[in-house]
Design a protein around this ligand. Structure first.
Ligand code: CO8
Length: 260
């Protein structure tokens, strides 16, 4: 599919997705969201792609939010539909069988932070700033941010960030547990790629099942989560990758996983 605002390439099993609207700091309008959804769908069904990286084009921003200029004229009905469209993309990322890493290379605000929070792992550059400015615009986060942030860092810190609308620097986001690691700007792409390669070596099946257990387990009470984990654990014993992984250990060689 031809996409105007999303760049995408797969190299050595790693799919790099770039939100490419730098003149608007990669703000998400309905067209960008539609293209992002189609691109991610394509990647999910492409057997070559093992790990996904999402980043933003240009020097300043990952994604500076949903497009305020598009939203300004929306009716309540259109606003609701727009929120649902964004939520569909965020939930799709969570449901993907492939791990998704956010490379936050600048502002991740509003819908941009929501996009990062939907990803499995967030690496950020030192110049990144994150926040939820929605209340300064008379709205609230609408692409799952209130839910994902409070689950990630607890409701108190989430309330402070969302109620104040303030932006916090990358180091504070690290201290609060919003991002996994922070790197100098020039090192971010390399560090994200190293992590993606390390994950890709482990084979899609085990990593995908682990993602499934963590993401879905968060919606369950703990004992149900344990039960769910043990079912997925059992299913993996019916796969070639489990035979290969354990066989390679016993034979003192490196495992070569096939994702089946
Ligand atoms: N939407 C549209 N355009 C944007 C956005 C945005 N979110 N962010 C930046 N831009 C545009 C600017 O308007 C400007 O365009 P132009 O040159 O035509 O004036 C261009 O990008 C460059 O931006 P600035 O000149 O403002 O750059 P600065 O370096 O001076 O400032 C900031 C950078 C601080 C990031 C600033 O641009 C800013 O505050 N942006 C808005 C951030 C924001 O409030 N984001 C949250 C938006 S709301 C949201 O995401 C809700 C998600 C849930 C929606 C639910 C559905 C209803």
């Amino acid at each position: 599919m031809e996409t105007k605002n999303i760049l995408f390439e797969i190299t050595d099993g790693i799919a790099l997705v770039t939100v490419n609207r730098p003149e608007s700091l990669n703000a998400l309008n309905s067209q960008v969201l539609g293209e992002l959804e189609c691109t991610l769908y394509e990647i999910e069904h492409d057997s070559e792609a093992q790990v996904v990286i999402i980043t933003g084009a240009g020097e300043k921003a990952f994604v500076a939010g949903a497009d305020i200029k598009e939203m300004a004229a929306m009716t309540a009905y259109e606003g609701h539909r727009f929120a649902l469209q964004g939520q569909r993309v965020m939930l799709f990322i969570e449901k993907m069988t492939k791990p998704v890493i956010a490379a936050v290379n600048g502002y991740a605000l509003g819908g941009g932070l929501e996009l990062a929070l939907a990803c499995d792992i967030i690496y950020a550059s030192e110049n990144a700033r994150v926040g939820f400015p929605e209340v300064t615009l008379g709205i609230i986060p609408g692409f799952g941010g209130t839910q994902n942030l409070s689950r990630l860092i607890g409701p108190n810190k989430a309330r402070e960030l969302v109620f104040s609308g303030r932006m916090i620097p990358a180091q504070k986001a690290l201290a609060w547990g919003i991002v996994n690691e922070v790197f100098p700007r020039a090192e971010l792409a390399g560090k994200v790629m190293d992590l993606a390669r390390e994950i890709a070596k482990n084979g899609l099946l085990g990593v995908g099942y682990a993602k499934n257990a963590i993401v879905n387990g968060l919606n369950m009470v703990k004992e149900d989560g344990f039960r769910y984990e043990s079912s997925l654990f059992g299913v993996l014993f019916a796969t070639e990758d489990q035979k290969e992984g354990m066989g390679a250990f016993v034979e003192k060689r490196k495992a070569v996983f096939k994702g089946k």
